[in-house]
Design a protein around this ligand. Sequence first.
Ligand code: HEC
Length: 397
Amino acid sequence: MLEANVRELLDVLVRWVHLVAGIMWVGNSLLFNWLDRNLERDGGGDERHVGRIWLLHSGGFYDVEKKFLAPSQMPRVLHWFKWQSYTTWMTGVALLTLLYWTGGASLMIDPSVAHLRPGQAVAIGVGTVVGGWIVYDGLFRLFGRFEAVATGLSLAFVVGVVWALTHLLSGRAAFIHVGAMLGTCMAGNVFAHIIPSQRTLVAATREGRPQDVAVSAHAKQRSIHNNYLTFPLLFTMLSNHFSVITGSQYAALLLGVLIVGGALVRHWMNVRFSFRAWIPALAATVVACVAAVAVVVTRGTPAQASVDGAPVPFSSVQFILQRRCTPCHSDAPSLVSNPPAPDGVRFATAEDVALWKERIAARAVVTRTMPLNNRTEMTDEERDTLARWLAQGAPTR
Ligand code: HEC
């Protein structure tokens, strides 16, 4: 059992590295995609020439040429891009382990969704991350030549996983595990396909053989998958900040819409150099996604409490918060698996309560994502009492 403060420290360090490595990986990948689409052919008669581009960055000009190497024309120093990807994946798994798979899996289990034992929840989490890659990779190994079939089956599989996880785990755990599965597929593509293909190309050049076009095409296919997965993946990584979405009763639908929407946005950006109507198409996709989220989120919101009725005394509110919230939200929490006062939220004094009233409404009344996984068994009557008190202007005297 790790001490709570050691856990926090590790969380900060690993998350920081995860973010930096992720930015480097995604940044590189977007830059190379952009380069590929903007290359200009100016190689004259050179049949090895693919394209060239001039860039301006931080006070210098860069002249970049893409070309097939002549056999035996190996450059002395060649830069590979792989450690960003591996580092992002390894720190991601470390974070999952630290936050979700250890400590009694308390962030994964939500009794209002499913009654799981910690071991079962962790098995589902690990199974999703490992199994997702095996299924996706298997589908493309088997049906890779029939790209539409493999893509359709993979999409159906993702939809199935989204549905299953949102019916087994807490909302936030479901979202982050779908994200971890997508991220594992992306890192797996780099590790098991893109880098080995590149090794084959390098070996061929060293040994004086011509570059095999099929090997390049294979790497390109997996690289395009990664390209389309980037935006959906980044959304799932941010999703834990949006309890309205992860805590919604329509979470599966929202996650599905945002995965497809994110991939479509990426698509319009990909084709923007050859498809003139890309801006309206992109705008329509964003508006449709936002509208879908807005409709679903507001439908999932309980009716507004009425201002009428007897005034709710502040003492009743304090009693509810003491009973249902301070077991975690205090400097000496009794539900020990959490660090003291999560997010600095405390309800010790009337000032504390007044300060947090908007967020109490958001988390305990509207989205019902607090108490965390309803661990302290807050009742609907108590939520109604809070709602009435808030509607009455949240008096703290
Ligand atoms: C079992 C422990 C636990 C209980 C009980 C609990 N919380 Fe939380 N709370 C957390 C954790 C962990 C976080 C940080 C992660 C998050 O935001 O989901 C948090 C974060 C918050 C935040 C800050 C984030 C934001 O959205 O602004 C608020 C506000 C909050 N809780 C309100 C409440 C209220 C109100 C109650 C009681 C009705 C409550 N919590 C009960 C564990 C708990």
